[in-house]
Design a protein around this ligand. Structure first.
Ligand code: SAM
Length: 312
């Protein structure tokens, strides 16, 4: 099979197989990217309609993609409104109508590899990192205008970078930071040699700034909440995460939804009244096969979690 030059979909077979038991007719692909997952789903389910969302105009510009796909340029933080509009004309008693939601988080290969987008510490480009080019601010505002404490804070929170304060001070001292290569060099200069052996020294800093620029964790919380609300009873929500910060949010929300009665075990009857809204069709997260990782090293850190809405 020819590989999509825009982005090779990760765990596409697993995505299809996790939706197969529910025979989906309507799926929201909340992260369309290069459309690889959407295409795999269309191929697997001939009756399927897909609403495909992406905030990046480059992703949307690849369309149109046939009459079974509706492309929507939006941030999935507004998924509640999008799903409400989709379900207005029918659905289950509570208004929910969507069989499946898919979130394949993070950036696409296209975004990462395109120097002009400023996501990569290996390519010279503007310090930008916005998935939605109409959104503000870009990464240049963070590195060239933010106070040192605020920079250190995001490097620590979103990059889990132990050298956060040293790197933040080096960034502020090197202003103006002119491009991504300059930023990567400044970070490399601030990190002790012993910590540079295994990973590129700027990897965590770039990840942290990207997450802050795109408010990735805040959007994920909102998008996940909307998906859980609007998926029909018996429907499924699938999330592929690539680092522990986003996976933690997914894991906790799914676990909370799958928790029923919390009364002490010696209570004869439940008095808390809590009922699980979700169940976990697979208890542990799914990972890509070794063969997939060899074929597509960017799949290496992927972790897929799945929940099913309880049929009441
Ligand atoms: C990993 S890629 C998805 C690749 C896609 N599944 C495929 O098979 O080609 C992630 C995509 O999601 C988009 N994205 C990330 N966060 C988003 C958000 N909050 N709202 C909308 N799109 C988002 C990015 O712009 C990017 O195109």
């Amino acid at each position: 099979m020819d590989q999509n030059p825009y982005h090779v979909p990760v765990m596409a077979n697993e995505v299809v197989e996790m939706l197969r038991p529910i025979s989906p007719r309507l799926v929201v692909d909340a992260t369309y990217g290069g459309g690889g997952h959407t295409q795999a789903l269309l191929d697997a389910f001939p009756e399927l309609q897909v609403v495909a969302i992406d905030q990046d105009p480059d992703a949307i510009a690849q369309g149109p993609v046939g009459d079974r796909v509706r492309l929507v340029r939006a941030n999935f933080s507004s998924l509640d409104e999008i799903a409400r509009e989709i379900c207005q004309k029918g659905g289950a008693g509570d208004g929910s109508c969507i069989d499946g939601f898919l979130f394949d988080l993070g950036v696409s290969s296209h975004q990462f590899d395109e120097a002009g987008r400023g996501f990569s510490y290996r390519r010279r480009g503007p310090v930008d990192m916005r998935m939605d080019r109409d959104a503000e601010p870009g990464a240049d505002t963070i590195v060239n205008e933010w106070p040192v404490d605020d920079i250190a804070d995001i490097l620590w929170r979103y990059g889990e970078e132990r050298m956060a304060r040293r790197i933040a001070r080096a960034i502020v001292a090197a202003r103006p930071i002119s491009d991504t290569q300059h930023l990567a060099d400044v970070v490399a200069g601030a990190v002790p040699a012993a910590l540079k052996r295994h990973k590129h020294p700027a990897k965590k800093t770039f990840q942290a700034i990207r997450i802050a620029v795109n408010n990735e964790l805040g959007s994920l919380e909102l998008g996940l909440e909307a998906a859980i609300h609007w998926v029909r009873p018996g429907g499924r929500v699938l999330v592929i995460a690539y680092h522990s910060l986003e996976d933690r949010i997914v894991k906790r929300r799914f676990a909370a939804g799958a928790t029923g009665c919390v009364c002490p075990p010696d209570f004869p009857v439940c008095t808390c009244g809590r009922v699980a809204e979700l169940q976990l069709p697979v208890r542990h997260p799914l990972r890509p096969t070794q063969a997939e990782i060899v074929a597509n090293p960017r799949a290496r850190s992927a972790l897929m979690r799945v929940v099913q809405k309880v049929q009441l």
